[in-house]
Design a protein around this ligand. Structure first.
Ligand code: G
Ligand code: G
Ligand code: MN
Length: 530
């Protein structure tokens, strides 16, 4: 096996492998993102629940404090009972009381003169003058190890009320959520002590790091932090990935089979064309072109044909397109030039007889192009053919400058250039300025649009007029009826090609046809013009 073929085979396997891996890689990426999103959704939901819980607590705390303000001015003896009653009725409260400034004057837990508020909360007070505030704290004087939240309101005259909300309920609630979601939760009120539930795990896994989400309440200074450890993110990802895995597997297989099929087809086309060249399955037919002025055959267009050994004909538009795609168009055109040279050697034609051939885009851009055409004209020099290159608009798009240079060089050596299938490509008009052109071949579809000899065919008429203005010769392609022929003659289209005049013929058939029919006029009633 030659080394280049070996490499190509390997490339094939690599490509199959890559397309097989693609769904897996995309799946990894996609499920990674999906896991992060899912973790994030869970975090925001958790934060929302927690915030709403603390808001409910705070609402009832402020409610009670509002009620305490009605006891303003009463002494502690008469206050203790109602305070104790209020505290007992509300499950959340560890203590409630009233104060003067920061000094507590009466409390549900201690009765008379329990001391300064700062002693109860076991830390300096965050505000001396602010009239409303709340703070989460690590513990109180009586229960130092159980966190709580203290709420305080002091009126302008110095009368104040406070309540200490038991933190244990909130902590239990947080622990339950933390266990269910494997998240670490932290809650603080007014920037104070952080209620914390769940383990701290700072470990990073290979692809994931812990995900942290912070949220605050719109009503109170509540801050909630939800931390999902890396291991939990990994778990979430794993469950999403394993759900996705069977689909990825099926996609992988499908992609690999499709790629393998595609590669096989490519190789098959390439190999088949190569073999067909060797086995001489290709041949060339020549379709005569009629010149209206001289009323005789003035040239031919060479068209390639492929017949398989089993007799099946492969359509030229199919095998030409396949050859272009598989990088076989240059070798195929070399073969075509060889066949044309062999055929045309045997023809008896007048000097200046047109020999037109179709050139593919890739060949035009190839370095060997000018040399190939030079070789053809040298080999046929003694026959003095007028060689014409038919290019499609599509082939002029790429490397326009290079192509224009090559065409200009060949034109100086006497080669003519035609635009084939004119009007079906894009940007047609700009090409007329950029490239040096001798002929326009009007696409068959425009000729087909002719409905009657008197009627108008606006696009066709415009193309013909444009060619005349640009002093280009026009050829009508695919002329099938006398009506189409007359229509074109009326509008001074000088060259006619199509079944109405002649079908594409093998070289031998063409030689006979030229002898018998080559001088035949399509108009018996018109005199010959020079
Ligand atoms: O006549 P026919 O059915 O062969 O042509 C079909 C298409 O194939 C046309 O567009 C024609 O330009 C293209 N074609 C035919 N022979 C050749 C050839 O030798 N080279 C290239 N590049 N195109 C060809
Ligand atoms: O695109 P290009 O001009 O290279 O191709 C010419 C194509 O037109 C060839 O396929 C040829 O067989 C086909 N052809 C030539 N004359 C006629 C015609 O009168 N009618 C139809 N339908 N096709 C034609
Ligand atoms: Mn053509």
């Amino acid at each position: 096996m030659p080394s280049s073929t070996f490499l190509k085979r390997h490339h094939g396997w690599l490509l199959i492998l890559c397309t097989g891996m693609a769904p897996l890689f995309l799946g990894l990426l996609f499920t990674g993102l999906e896991a992060r999103q899912s973790v994030h959704n869970q975090q925001t939901a958790t934060a929302k629940v927690l915030i709403s819980q603390v808001e409910t607590l705070s609402d009832s705390a402020w409610n009670i404090i509002g009620m305490l303000h009605q006891f303003q001015g009463q002494n502690c003896d008469s206050l203790v009972r109602p305070l104790q009653l209020l505290a007992a009725k509300n499950a959340y409260f560890r203590a409630i009381g009233v104060m003067q400034g920061t000094h507590i004057s009466c409390s549900s837990a201690f009765g008379h003169d329990p001391g300064e508020l700062s002693e109860i909360v076991q830390r300096p007070l965050p505000y001396q003058v602010k009239s409303w505030w709340g703070l989460s704290i690590a513990g109180t004087a009586v229960v130092p190890n159980r966190p709580a939240i203290v709420y305080v309101r002091v009126a302008d005259n110095g009368f104040g009320a406070y309540t200490v909300v038991e933190g244990q309920y909130l902590l239990d609630f947080m622990r339950a959520i933390s266990e269910a979601t494997s998240n670490r939760l932290q809650v603080s009120f007014g920037g104070g002590y952080s209620f914390t539930a769940g383990r701290t795990s700072a470990s990073h896994s290979l692809f994931f790091s812990p995900v942290i989400w912070q949220a605050t309440s719109a009503h109170y200074p509540i801050r909630v932090t939800v931390t999902t450890p890396a291991a939990e993110v990994l778990n979430t990802w794993r469950s999403i990935f394993f759900t996705f895995l069977p689909m990825a597997g099926i996609l992988s297989m499908l992609f690999m089979v499709l790629t393998a099929n595609w590669l096989k087809r490519r190789v098959t086309w390439r190999d088949n064309i190569k073999k067909a060249i060797k086995r001489e399955e290709f041949s060339v037919v020549y379709q005569p072109v009629y010149r209206v002025h001289s009323q005789c055959c003035k040239g031919v267009e060479a068209l390639m044909r492929w017949q398989r050994p089993n007799g099946e004909w492969i359509r030229p538009d199919i095998f030409i397109a396949a050859a272009e795609e598989e990088g076989m168009i240059v070798p195929l055109t070399h073969h075509l030039l060889k066949l044309i040279t062999q055929d045309a050697m045997g023809w008896q034609v007048e000097p200046g007889f047109h020999l037109a051939l179709n050139v593919a885009a890739e060949h035009l851009q190839n370095d060997c192009f000018v040399m190939d055409i030079d070789k053809l004209s040298q080999k046929l020099a003694h026959k003095q053919f007028q060689i014409t290159l038919e290019l499609t608009e599509r082939s002029l798009i790429k490397e326009g400058d290079e192509v224009a240079k090559k065409l200009s060089l060949l034109r100086r050596r006497g080669i003519k250039v035609a635009i084939d299938d004119f009007g079906t490509g894009n940007c047609s008009l700009s090409y007329l300025q950029t490239f040096e052109i001798d002929y326009l071949k009007i696409d068959r579809s425009f000729i087909n649009a002719i409905e009657s000899i008197e009627g108008e065919t606006p696009v066709l008429d415009a193309i013909i007029m444009l060619s005349h203005k640009l002093a280009l010769e026009v050829l009508g392609e695919g002329v099938e009826t006398e009506m189409q022929y007359r229509y074109l003659c009326q509008r001074n289209v000088t060259l006619i090609q199509g079944w109405f005049y002649a079908r594409p013929l093998s070289s031998e058939a063409f030689v006979t046809w030229l002898m018998n029919e080559g001088q035949r006029s399509l108009d018996h009633d018109r005199p010959h013009l020079p």
